[in-house]
Design a protein around this ligand. Structure first.
Ligand SMILES: Cc1cc2nc3c(=O)[nH]c(=O)nc-3n(C[C@H](O)[C@H](O)[C@H](O)COP(=O)(O)O)c2cc1C
Ligand code: SF4
Length: 518
């Protein structure tokens, strides 16, 4: 009998030794003359347990983690025996951290072989596109509208409305562009999908192509994601062989293919118009809007540009129907959000759940507080342009409007946790410095304002003309917020002002910090 062992090939698991575990497992099986089939999967997203190895049993897949090479022999003994092992976590699907989630977009991530279209189909894949073809074009777009899906890249714009605009714009050529630049600090959900369930993204893009009449798609993946690039390329080739891409996709009369492109290595290339410039072979500089990409996007043609998670959420919406998806969530935030817990957190990883869970539940209960065991002082939600929230705001529900009402943003769903040793003045300075480094330079408030911002925060920290410089900083933030062309300059004030508002004591001249700086 063949023993089936599942070992992640996700970059996060590989970084802590998953490839070595796979090699050691193969070697141990050869040595003992046991028939072991090693399946490389994506990650389930419980990163503190990586490399997490799963063994198929009649009762389900038993998880063990975190596994080291030195554990492989005893793990094999356990797998061949009664399964008892110090690293045993029980049936993977029953691990409380996983069981508590509502996995719609990530249902197959960590479960299937990301390079096997057959495995994808065996786990319910391709049913979304099949239903889309049955429904036809207008009804497919209507399903996406009715689901309430909003863009998961940051701005939260309704996906169905965007698709409808492109569908209604007549042109000889239209494009589907997937934004996989994933530059936000503490985020990794796009990478996990591309490495763990790339076909769900391909299927989502194919549905978009079918719905708006686009025959060509691009996935723009940040160059720092070589594993994701390789897996996406392999998956696209498999999808072409299996009829999900190419001529007459999924048995329809529609043609659609995808090209994978490596990003240019700048945060601003994640901004949609800058990304289009970069895709066209130019430097990533933001374009003024209008025209919207939906009217004149890639090569001047109508273009749907969506985040990885937006596309990857579409197959389940089509498969189960808009109402089933919309039933999850709160207010205008419908469905589920793949939340990424990172930074100084005990249980970091991917937690997909319906909108409405509070920040405190996520950080304290799901995340288990800090990895250092010290008190949580602040969390930054929504990437480098997101606000810092103190514990006093931990009752905020994960919802676009609730965060906006407290001058914050959900962005791409990243939460970075800091303990009580964080210096919030330094974090404010960092936000300005980040903007200065990453600014595309097209508009003055961002290009010049960010550099002046760094200097002003420095003066405040040094205690120079404190009141006057605080007023300058506030004025500068106001100018950047309302005068910048895109959200890089426009949102940098959020981390700065939230640090000032919630942690004013950190902006007083601190002799210890001044000493350290000298
Ligand atoms: C500076 C900057 C960086 C951005 N980076 C990303 C990114 O890495 N990935 C992403 O999907 N959206 C990013 N966005 C948002 C995109 O401009 C755009 O809103 C998104 O691709 C639209 O897709 P969605 O509606 O599916 O979210 C960024 C925006 C700005 C201003
Ligand atoms: S805000 Fe910054 S990144 Fe955006 S267009 Fe202006 S200079 Fe470029």
């Amino acid at each position: 009998m063949t023993l089936r062992v599942f070992i992640p090939c996700d970059a996060g698991a590989v970084a802590v030794g998953a490839d070595a575990i796979a090699r050691a497992m193969a070697e141990a099986a050869r040595h003992r003359k046991i028939d072991v089939a090693i399946v490389r999967t994506g990650s389930r997203g419980l990163y503190w347990l990586e490399p997490m190895v799963e063994v198929a049993t009649p009762a389900g897949r038993i998880a063990y983690g975190p596994v080291r090479v030195s554990d492989v022999a005893s793990l094999l003994d356990a797998a061949l025996g009664d399964g008892a092992h110090p690293l045993r976590q029980g049936i993977a699907d029953d691990i409380p951290w996983l069981k508590r989630q509502t996995r719609l977009t990530f249902a197959r991530c960590g479960v299937i072989d990301p390079r096997s279209l057959e495995d994808y189909r065996a786990h319910g894949g391709c049913q979304g596109i099949a239903r889309a073809i049955l429904l036809g074009v207008p009804a497919t777009i209507e399903e996406v509208v009715q689901s309430g899906l909003r863009g998961r890249g940051g701005a939260g714009f309704p996906t169905g409305i965007k698709w409808g605009t492109v569908a209604q714009t007549a042109a000889p050529q239209k494009y589907i562009v997937c934004n996989a630049d994933e530059g936000d600090s503490g985020t990794f959900a796009d990478r996990m999908i591309m490495e763990g369930d790339p076909f769900v993204l391909i299927e989502g893009m194919a549905i978009a192509g079918f719905a708006v009449g686009a025959t060509k798609g691009y996935v723009y993946i940040r160059s720092e994601y070589p594993h994701a690039i390789a897996t996406m390329q392999a998956a696209c080739a498999a999808a072409r062989r299996g009829g999900l891409l190419g001529r007459n996709i999924a048995g329809s009369a529609h043609d659609f293919d995808i090209e994978v492109r490596a990003g240019a290595g700048a945060y601003v290339c994640g901004e949609e118009t800058s990304l289009l410039e970069s895709l066209e072979g130019r430097r990533g500089i933001v374009r003024a809007k209008p025209p919207l990409p939906a009217h004149q996007g890639l090569f001047g043609r109508p273009t749907v540009i969506n985040n990885v998670l937006s596309f990857a959420s579409v197959p389940v919406i089509l498969e189960r129907g808009a109402a089933a998806y919309r039933d999850f969530g709160m207010g205008k935030s419908r469905g589920t959000m793949p939340i990424q817990l990172a930074g100084n957190v005990k249980y970091g990883g991917l937690f997909e759940t319906a909108f409405g869970v509070t920040l405190g539940e996520l950080v304290d209960e799901v995340g288990g507080g800090t990895a250092t065991g010290r008190p949580v002082r602040a969390v930054q939600v929504g990437g480098p342009l997101g606000a810092y929230f103190p514990r006093a705001l931990f009752d905020t529900p994960f919802d676009y409007e609730a965060f906006a009402a407290r001058d914050g943003l959900i962005g791409h769903g990243g939460i970075v946790v800091f303990d009580d040793r964080v210096d919030m003045a330094k974090q404010a300075r960092f936000a300005m410095e980040f903007c200065a480094i990453e600014s595309c330079g097209k508009c003055t408030p961002c290009r010049i304002g960010s550099t002046r911002g760094v200097e002003t925060v420095d003066r405040i920290i040094r205690g120079e003309d404190r009141a006057a410089n605080l007023a300058v900083l506030e004025d500068l933030c106001h100018t950047m917020k309302f005068g910048s062309l895109c959200a890089l300059g426009g949102f940098t004030p959020y981390p700065v002002m939230s640090a000032l508002t919630h942690f004013p004591q950190d902006f007083r001249a601190d002799p210890k910090r001044l000493e350290a700086a000298e």
